[in-house]
Design a protein around this ligand. Structure first.
Ligand SMILES: [Zn+2]
Length: 302
């Protein structure tokens, strides 16, 4: 994990998941997200200590285990004032909610409760309902709501640098995912359009590199989402009697050259595919119906 400066006071740890850092003053500093696990947080704390950079605050952008899994360790080591958006905070305090929702609300069996889907619970001191200015001592930073990848995901803007969480992915990781995880396609695309208009000097995605000129990367993300939406629409339209969501997941992944390696991975793809379908349903282009005791997606009869 490499520690990169962006401005005099803004830095990020680049790893498979990025962690942001802001120094507000000689005595106050904030991490933006906490990595997947204890190991990552240990490295972060060691680096900050060696550079005499303070850590008093923690902002969690969204409640995915790879972004908050290291937070419980941090809270055990020291006092850290933890801030999170409202719905995400609920999951941070009750992390079993993630495997629970991914598996249709069924009490998840042990194999579905891995560190990738469920981190250790953390304490949240400040729950933010609406995006805006947040004050830390003499300093402030901005939050911006970027829903779509997660229900209530917030980005952070400080010294003109946007920490975008998983609102977009670096190009390489974007294509590696093939079908990125989202919970709402319409919101995902709106959040991307919103980022393009933010007055920022650069941006750090949750996965990828800091870029001063990030517009091309945002456009590439938009293109991927439009392509998947069109692919799903085409696949649904090929089936006269409709297609089950599970079959649609299989067809879409096969079409994209993706191999689904395990059950949780299938469920993540299923959520993402359903998130494009709800957009198509709301636009009246496809419908979700029950036919012969089967739940199917069919092209709209209108
Ligand atoms: Zn995420």
């Amino acid at each position: 994990m490499e520690f990169h400066p962006i401005t005099d006071n803004v830095y990020y740890f680049q790893g498979s998941v990025n962690i942001g850092y802001v120094r507000f003053s000689s005595g106050e500093g904030m991490l933006i997200d906490a990595g997947l696990e204890e190991q990552a947080m240990k490295k972060v704390l060691k680096t900050l200590k060696s550079k005499e950079l303070p850590i008093t605050h923690l902002f969690i952008t969204h409640a995915h285990a790879d972004h908050y899994g290291g937070a419980a360790y941090l809270q055990k080591q020291q006092k850290v004032y933890t801030i999170a958006p409202k719905l995400e905070a609920a999951i941070l305090q009750e992390p079993m909610l993630e495997p629970l929702y991914l598996f249709h609300g069924v009490n998840p069996i042990q194999e579905w409760r891995s560190k990738f889907l469920e981190g250790k619970p953390i304490k949240v001191d400040a729950i933010i309902e609406e995006a805006g200015e947040v004050t830390v001592g003499e300093s402030t930073f901005q939050t911006v709501d970027l829903p779509g990848h997660s229900y209530h995901q917030f980005g952070v803007i400080v010294e003109d640098v946007l920490f975008a969480a998983d609102a977009y992915f670096g190009v390489e990781i974007l294509h590696k995912h093939g079908i990125p995880y989202i919970v709402d396609a319409k919101q995902t695309m709106e959040s991307l359009e919103k980022i393009k208009k933010l007055p920022c000097a650069g941006a750090v995605p949750g996965h990828g590199s800091y870029e001063k000129d990030f517009i091309a990367t945002i456009d590439e993300n938009l293109q991927v989402h439009h392509d998947i939406e069109n692919l799903l629409y085409t696949l649904v339209n090929q089936e006269e009697d409709g297609i089950s969501i599970e079959q649609l997941v299989t067809k879409a992944c096969t079409e994209k050259g993706l191999t689904i390696r395990n059950v949780p991975s299938f469920m993540l793809f299923r959520t993402a595919v359903t998130a494009y379908l709800t957009k198509l349903i709301q636009e009246g282009r496809v419908e979700l119906i029950v036919c012969n005791n089967q739940l199917v997606v069919a092209s709209s009869s209108e």
